[in-house]
Design a protein around this ligand. Structure first.
Ligand code: FE
Length: 348
């Protein structure tokens, strides 16, 4: 049994008081709906809680799951912050009224204008926190890089029977095609999409990694993929992945013109957020140097804040490139028009 001297009692009372204060602080929470599931994100959230005392309750789902849940919950939704992948999904969620504007000098200063929402009225409704490039992978034995160094060339008749891609209706492609629509206009874009269909080695199926593997195996020769899928294979030590990487080359398209299309992982303030101040603090935290590093590195992406440097061997090996600075929001908002074109040209 411990002897309770007055000093000990005082110390115990002080400790109890400190514990109460800590509990009051711990009551600050924020509810995060996230479509990101990377191990490094755990450290990201823990560091935020350590720095601010704000506890994060996380609900994980895939992108469609997050959006369906937000819609079903409506005004009763406990969501404060929403993390989604791809500008097509972010612009769609915005148009469905699931977000609200955020007026933050920190976010405006840190996140480049082309990587955030640019809609009129009250400030941006979402911000990109990491970037991924939509690149071209090719079979080194049969394709010259000069044959595929622009998105337009993928539709060139000389590449007939060589191209493979995931579904045209996938957000990654909808946003890329939406960017093409901004650059080329409707007629040329639809003709380009028709040319892509004419050049396909097979009907669209699978994800981006499947396309890379098909280009390596010779099932097709030329594939569109997000950069992080290639980076993941480049960092893999599995013999079958090493074999795939040995057979392929890649290019950052459109280096001689407007630059390579980059998409984003992004975040937004939920329409019915109850913990608004905490949510904005978290979004601002994601734009900080350390968080930028974790957020990007977790999925082999580049930080949205360009001055933040990663220590990622695969991205280092890929090198630097000219980025298309067309507002990604404009590309995302073209998705309905793009889908109509895809239907007309028979792009599945
Ligand atoms: Fe992906």
């Amino acid at each position: 049994m411990a002897h309770s001297t007055p000093l000990r009692l005082l110390a115990a009372a002080l400790l109890a008081g400190a514990a109460l204060a800590a509990t009051a602080q711990d009551n600050k929470v924020l509810n995060l709906y996230s479509a990101r599931h990377y191990q490094t994100d755990e450290a990201l959230y823990a560091n935020f809680t350590k720095a601010t005392g704000i506890k994060i309750n996380r609900i994980d789902a895939d992108d469609a799951g997050v959006l369906n849940r937000l819609k079903a919950e409506g005004a009763a939704s406990p969501a404060d912050v929403v993390l989604l992948v791809d500008a097509a999904r972010l612009t769609k969620a915005e148009s469905e009224g699931l977000f609200q504007p955020v007026n933050s000098a920190v976010l405006q200063a840190r996140i480049p204008a082309h990587l955030r929402d640019n809609a009129d009225g009250g400030g941006p409704q979402w911000f990109g926190f990491s970037t991924r490039a939509r690149i071209v992978v090719y079979n080194k034995a049969t394709v010259q890089p000069a044959d595929v160094d622009s998105y337009q060339k993928l539709a060139d008749p000389k590449n007939k029977g060589k191209v493979c891609t995931r579904s045209g209706s996938h957000p990654y492609n909808l946003t890329l095609f939406g960017a093409m629509l901004q650059h080329l206009g409707p007629q040329a874009t639809e003709a380009w999409l028709k040319g892509l269909v004419d050049n396909m080695a097979r009907a669209p199926k699978g994800g981006d990694t499947d396309q890379i593997k098909a280009a390596a195996s010779g099932e097709c020769q030329i594939a569109l993929t997000n950069s992080y899928y290639l980076a993941r294979l480049m960092r893999s030590t599995k013999p079958e992945d090493v074999e795939v990487v040995s057979k392929i080359g890649f290019v950052f398209p459109n280096q001689q013109s407007w630059g390579t299309h980059v998409n984003i992982s992004g975040g937004a303030l939920a329409k019915h957020a109850k913990n608004r101040a905490e949510a904005v603090a978290f979004l601002e935290y994601l734009a900080g140097d350390e968080a930028q590093r974790y957020f990007a590195d977790g999925n082999n992406e580049w930080p949205a804040v360009a001055s933040v440097k990663l220590n990622n061997p695969a991205l280092e090996a890929m090198g630097t490139f000219k980025v298309d600075t067309l507002p990604i929001a404009d590309a995302g908002r073209n998705q309905a028009q793009v889908q109509q074109m895809l239907d007309r040209v028979g792009f599945k």
